[in-house]
Every structure is written in C-alpha cells, then in structure tokens.
Design a protein around this ligand. Structure first.
Ligand code: GAL
Length: 430
C-alpha cells in the first residue's frame, strides 16, 4: 500500500480501535491499601519441589527445616537471585509443631527449626531478603497442622513479632462460604493491625469456586495476590491447563489485576524435572505476560546454568515487573494450535508472546499482522521489535501494516517486545 493510502486507512481505523480499547479497560478495582506488591512479588517457595518431608533423619537435605531455608537464603544472595529481584524466601506448609504452645500460639517444629522463627527471620533479613510463612484459614492446614480458625489475631501478631514479611494463607478445611470469606477478611485486617508490612497471599478464590462465584473486586481489597486454579505440578500438562484456565477466564482476571493485587497462577517449576527446555521458556514467558508473582519452587543447590539464566533473564523480569501493572491476555488462538498473547507495557510498549501448542512435528512458522497488536496501536505508525526469548535479538523496525513471521518450537514460545516509534521519527519506515 502507498504511504498515503496507509495513512488514510489508519485515520479510519484508529478511532474505532481506540473506542474498543476504552470499552475494554474497565475502571481499576480498589486494591488492598498496604502499599505492598506494587509489582508482582518475586521469590522462592518450598512447596512444589520439597512438599512435606518432616523426617530429617530420612532425608536431611530435603526436609522442611531451618537449614534448608538458610541454605536457600545463602544461595539467593551468592548466586545473584536477590539482585535480579527474587526477594521473598517463603516457607509453605509443614513447618509447624503438631500443637500450639501453652499460650495458644503457633510454634515451629522444635527439631526442624531449633533456633525458632524470629532467628530465622533475622538471618533472612541479614541477607537483604524477606521471609514468607504459611497458615490456613480453617482449623487445619492442608497437610493437617494447626489451622488459624479462631486464632486469626493471635497468629497475625505472632507472625509480626517474628518479623515475617509475607503470609500465604491457604483455604483447606473451610467448609462454608462464611468461614472462608470471613476468615480471609479477618486475617487481612489482623495483619494490617499489627502495623508490620506483611504481603498477604490468598487462596480464597480457588476454594470459593466450588461454593459460589468469587467476587474479585472484594478479594482485591483484602489480598495482595490470590490463587485461582489448581496446584501446579512439575509437568507440561499442568502448565498448559493453568494457561488454558487463565485465558478462558481472562476477561474477569485481567480487569482486576494491577499494582497491589495480582492473579497468582502458582509457582515457577523451571529448573526441576518435568518441563522440556521449550516448556520452561513458555512458563517463564507466559508468567511474565500474566503479571504473575514469580515464586520459584526448585532446588537452588542443583539447577542447570540454562534454567538459572532463564529465571534470571532481566528483560523477561522487566516485562513481569512493568510498572503499569496490566495483565496480558490471549488475543487469538488458531486452528493450528498457535496462540498470540499481548501485554500492554508502560510507554506504549507491548510484550507479545507466540505459543506453539502443537505437540507434533518440529518448529512451525507463524505469520501475523502487526496492525492486530494493541488494538491497532502497538506499532502505529511504526515500532521497533526486540526478540527476548528464546534468545535476545533485534528484529528491527516495522510499520503497522507489515507482517511478522517467526518459527516456534512445539510447546515453546517466542517472546517479543514492541516499542512504539512516533510519527515524526517514522517517516523513513512508512
Ligand atoms: C495446597 C496449596 C499448595 C500448598 C499445599 C500445602 O492447598 O494449594 O500450594 O500450599 O496446600 O499443603
């Protein structure tokens, strides 16, 4: 098309697309006002990789103990994790003694955490990291340890007195909506009342789903991030199901996410056993697209250099942590199994992910029209495109009516970033 024709077409299309954009961007929901999680929290969480090994004589290197967390804290610093943003070192289920103490307080298992939680928090803080802990809204945790039901205030005070910085609050054994919803709200208020900055991670919508439709506007007022879907496993089927569930419900989910409140598709399992290299790339790219908390569950003592580099990729982390805080969404899925996702970033930039969901054959070509991106605005009139994953490379300048062709491995993803070029700078390209 001649430059004049392109400009005329743009003049007609742009107002229509801008209106569409306006209709799509609902008023942001009010977030929990604790000033935390303005970008998705990053860190490490023990559950997927270490589960609930409580017998340290059986498995001293993998049991849930202060030693494990101290080792991870050391590595988070010495191996550069902290410096790229992984800050929260989080304990999941199975840290507790089987009963509360004489004053009704939760206590760590004395054999596995002999120094106590306040000491562990001091250690973690001395490394420039923050400590996360786990409890449950019902009368037992999912693994059967003491639950917080009836003790919300006391438990919040106990965590604050230890110097805890994040609470993952699970929803097992909450059989009624009143208990579940009431419990999550009460704990949120109790944490606030302690005066300590404690990020509040909820599983409220996941457990509410079986009882009634979760009210995300309300959830965002009480929680900093929340789990919506099943526990992640170290398997492609699990990552795939999580992505499918998220794109199916993306209208509800993306309108609610933003600074202070995030949808949590669960842990990153990169660096473990179950995902191929391309699948690891897909998890990292799509968790960045979804503005997801980046909580790794892996063994930092044994991780391949490639997985480490992927998890520490600064360009991908920058997309995840983009200050605009808009969650990405799938824009198309074609009959060949290709998915095209986009995420609006600050400054008119966009992150673009092309996922090849085919599980047969080799790399396949995918060709797409740049005018489709960002409701027609991402490359309008022109943009520069940077490939970020699987490898970093500059794909050059493009105008808004051009096509881009990429090759994507089966179950893999190409992650790109478009940067808008203003009309006055784009004359040579149009
Ligand atoms: C599940 C939760 C997991 C993990 C586990 C611990 O309900 O979704 O992430 O915390 O409990 O028992």
């Amino acid at each position: 098309m001649a430059a004049g024709g392109a400009r005329r077409a743009r003049r007609l299309l742009v107002p229509a697309l801008a209106l569409l954009l306006l209709l799509q961007s609902a008023r942001p929901a009010k977030a929990l006002e604790n000033g935390l999680a303005l970008t998705p929290p990053m860190g490490w969480l023990h559950w997927e990789r270490f589960l609930c090994q409580t017998d340290c004589s059986q498995d001293p290197r993998r049991c849930i103990s202060e030693k494990l967390f101290m080792q991870m804290a050391d590595l988070m610093v010495s191996e550069g994790w902290r410096d790229v943003g992984y800050q929260y070192l989080c304990i999941d289920d199975c840290w507790m003694a089987p009963t509360r103490d004489m004053q009704g307080r939760l206590q760590p298992d004395p054999k596995r955490f002999p120094s106590g939680m306040a000491k562990l928090a001091d250690y973690v803080h001395s490394k420039g990291l923050k400590l996360g802990i786990y409890a449950d809204v019902g009368n037992k945790t999912c693994a059967g340890f003491p639950g917080s039901y009836g003790y919300y205030e006391l438990d919040a005070e106990t965590f604050a007195s230890w110097g805890v910085d994040l609470l993952k609050f699970d929803g097992c054994h909450s059989d009624t909506v009143d208990l579940l919803v009431g419990g999550y709200k009460t704990m949120s208020r109790a944490l606030n009342k302690t005066g300590r900055s404690i990020v509040y991670s909820c599983e409220w919508p996941l457990y509410q789903k079986s009882l009634q439709k979760p009210n995300y506007t309300e959830i965002k007022q009480y929680c900093n991030y929340w789990r919506n879907f099943d526990d992640i496993y170290d398997a492609w089927s699990s990552v795939r199901n999580t992505l499918d569930w998220t794109s199916l419900h993306q209208d509800n989910l993306t309108s609610i996410a933003g600074p202070g409140g995030w949808n949590d598709p669960d842990m990153l399992v990169i660096g473990n056993f179950g995902l191929s290299w391309d699948q690891q790339i897909t998890q990292m790219a799509l968790w960045a697209m979804m503005a997801a908390p980046l909580l790794m569950s892996n063994d930092l003592r044994h991780i391949s250099p490639a997985s480490k580099a992927l998890l520490q990729n600064k360009e991908v982390i920058a997309i995840n942590q983009d200050p605009l805080g808009k969650q990405g969404y799938r824009i198309t899925k074609d009959h060949n199994g290709f998915e095209l996702w986009e995420r609006p970033l600050s400054g008119g930039a966009y992150a673009i992910a092309i996922v090849n969901r085919q599980e047969i054959g080799g790399p396949q070509a995918y060709r797409f029209f740049l005018a489709f991106l960002g409701n027609g605005l991402a490359c309008n009139p022109a943009c520069s495109i940077q490939q970020i994953l699987p490898t970093s490379r500059n794909l050059g300048l493009h105008n808004w009516i051009s096509f881009l062709k990429v090759f994507v491995n089966p179950t893999g993803t190409i992650l790109l970033k478009t940067v808008l070029i203003e009309e006055k700078h784009s004359l040579g390209i149009l």
